[in-house]
Structures are given as structure tokens and as C-alpha cells.
Design a protein around this ligand. Structure first.
Ligand SMILES: NC(=O)c1ccc[n+]([C@@H]2O[C@H](COP(=O)([O-])OP(=O)(O)OC[C@H]3O[C@@H](n4cnc5c(N)ncnc54)[C@H](O)[C@@H]3O)[C@@H](O)[C@H]2O)c1
Length: 269
């Protein structure tokens, strides 16, 4: 007689972590957002991908559906409040109120501080900070009405340390961290948690563009510099694992934290 494998038995009885939950992933068409969307859907969530890139968002949603899971793409430029409101009401019509929000969309600028223009400053703040404000202020009321929810904000190691050529980017990611802890405190009594993730260099179009831009300006984030700081480049899936844990019920007493995903870089002597 075949012996029962205890591990298999337990796994068979663990329900998918996000079964029946509705997740919104901003910037879910590419990189880390796409990895989060894939994993969330594989673990039972209905996933709304919100992105300015409609073609890539649709492709990501189709890939999720092809795997037998639930997702839909919603096009919105997150710097535009009207487009965002339209997308969020379409999501609510399609899936109902959101339980989970992955506030992931963002962009970067590698440029000398004094060379940075006011227009570049405004654009970065608009994409990285104002959009985070606009999305959370619209989704938190849905979560409260729905009995609570969990938000994962995308910050960066650039929020915690000084780097040449990324002053304004780092400032926007520090602002996202400040939003995170304030949202956590203001809404915890209504069941809404808010935590941030702070990745190091990640192998995404954004991350690889960033490394190239540094190189062009004479700062070599080459293999040996990466080996010296984070040992290897971080993969989008490394980040998705942490983001999903923070969003899950297992992390129910974690609130207002900013988790570095950097293989120890920030604590290295
Ligand atoms: N890659 C890294 O090394 C790294 C490290 C730390 C933090 N981050 C942050 O992670 C987040 C995701 O970046 P990624 O590396 O996966 O990049 P990515 O370029 O692969 O994905 C970013 C996504 O955001 C979308 N987006 C950008 N501007 C938008 C807008 N105005 N409206 C709607 N969607 C918009 C893009 O279309 C894209 O699909 C960003 O906030 C980024 O700042 C990246």
C-alpha cells in the first residue's frame, strides 16, 4: 500500500492564498508588476492590471487567462485622474471591490542633480508619488467598505541611501515610504494594512535601462559592482514573493514597514 506523504497531504489542503480576492496591480504589464500579477492569479486572485501600455497589459492578462486564471487589463495613464477613475470604476464593475492593491507603477531618472529640470522633477513626482496618492485615496474606501484590505507600495533602496545621479528618483521613493507608514496608521483601525517593498537592482526593462543610463554617465553598475552590493541581480519573482507575503493574511500583523529586497546590501558594512 502506498504510504501517505504528509507534506503532499498538507499542500493539497491549503487553499490558494488569495482565492476569491480582487487584486489591482498598477504597472502590471511589465517587470515586477507583471510577475506579481502572474503569481496573484496563480494563487487564486482575480487580477486587474492597470497600465499606460495597453498592448503589454493585454498580453499579460491573456497569458494569465491562458494559464486558466483570472485577469483583465485596464488602460490608464496614472498621471491622469480622470483616466484612473474610469479604470477603477471599470474594475469595480468587472470584479467588485478590491481587497489587494499593488501600487507598483513607476519610472526613473538618472541625471545630475543640478542638470535636472523642473519639468523632469514634476514628471517623476507625478508618476511615482502623485499616482500613488491618487490610486490609494480611491481604493482605500473600497477596501474599508469590503471589510479591509492590504496595500503594497513600491519604494526602492534608493529611498534609504544617497546615490549620485538619482536624487529626485530617491526622493520620490522616500515619499512613497512616508505615505506607506502614514496610511498604515490612519487606516489600521478599519482593517487596511499598508507596507512597502524596497528592491535593489531588478532585472526588468526599468532596471536594465537604469544600469545603462548610469553607465552612459560614467557610473559603472557592472557585474562586479552588483556582485559587491547585492551579489546578483534581483529577479522580478524574488520581489513578487515578498510582495505577496506582505499582502497575505499571514502578514496580518505587519503594518507600515518598508522591506528591503537587496540580499543584505543595506546592512552591509
Ligand atoms: N527595476 C529596478 O531595479 C527597480 C528597483 C527598485 C524599485 N523599482 C520600482 O519598481 C516599479 C516597477 O518597475 P519595473 O522595474 O518593474 O519596471 P518596468 O518598466 O518593467 O514596469 C513599469 C510599468 O509601469 C508602467 N507605467 C509607467 N508609467 C505609467 C503611468 N504613468 N501610468 C500607468 N502605468 C505606467 C509601465 O508601462 C510598465 O508596465 C517602479 O515603481 C520602479 O521605480 C524598480
Amino acid at each position: 500500500m502506498r504510504q501517505t506523504n504528509l507534506a503532499e497531504t498538507r499542500i493539497a489542503h491549503i487553499p490558494a492564498r488569495f482565492e476569491g480576492q480582487v487584486a489591482i496591480v498598477t504597472g502590471g504589464a511589465s517587470g515586477m508588476g507583471r510577475a506579481q500579477a502572474m503569481r496573484l492569479a496563480a494563487e487564486g486572485a482575480s487580477v486587474a492590471i492597470v497600465d499606460i501600455n495597453a498592448v503589454a497589459a493585454d498580453e499579460a492578462a491573456q497569458a494569465i487567462k491562458a494559464a486558466g486564471n483570472i485577469a483583465e487589463a485596464f488602460k490608464a495613464d496614472l498621471t491622469d485622474p480622470d483616466e484612473l477613475s474610469l479604470a477603477l470604476s471599470a474594475i469595480q464593475d468587472r470584479f467588485g471591490a478590491a481587497n489587494l492593491l499593488f501600487n507598483n507603477a513607476g519610472t526613473m531618472l538618472v541625471k545630475g542633480y543640478t542638470e535636472t529640470t523642473e519639468a523632469e522633477f514634476d514628471h517623476l513626482v507625478s508618476v511615482n508619488v502623485r499616482s500613488a496618492f491618487m490610486v490609494t485615496r480611491r481604493v482605500i474606501p473600497q477596501m474599508i467598505e469590503n471589510g479591509g484590505g492590504s496595500i503594497v507600495m513600491m519604494s526602492s533602496v534608493a529611498a534609504a541611501r544617497g546615490f549620485p545621479l538619482e536624487s529626485i528618483y530617491g526622493m520620490t521613493k522616500a515619499a512613497v515610504q512616508a505615505l506607506t507608514l502614514n496610511i498604515a496608521i490612519e487606516y489600521r483601525d478599519r482593517g487596511v494594512r499598508c507596507n512597502a517593498i524596497c528592491p535593489a537592482f531588478v532585472r526588468t526593462p526599468h532596471g536594465l535601462r537604469e544600469i545603462d543610463a548610469f553607465k552612459t554617465l560614467g557610473v559603472a553598475w557592472d557585474d562586479s559592482a552588483i556582485a559587491d552590493t547585492q551579489l546578483r541581480i534581483c529577479e522580478p519573482e524574488d520581489v513578487a514573493s515578498v510582495a505577496l507575503y506582505l499582502a497575505s493574511r499571514e502578514a496580518g500583523f505587519l503594518n507600515g514597514v518598508a522591506v528591503p529586497i537587496d540580499n543584505g546590501w543595506m546592512v552591509k558594512a
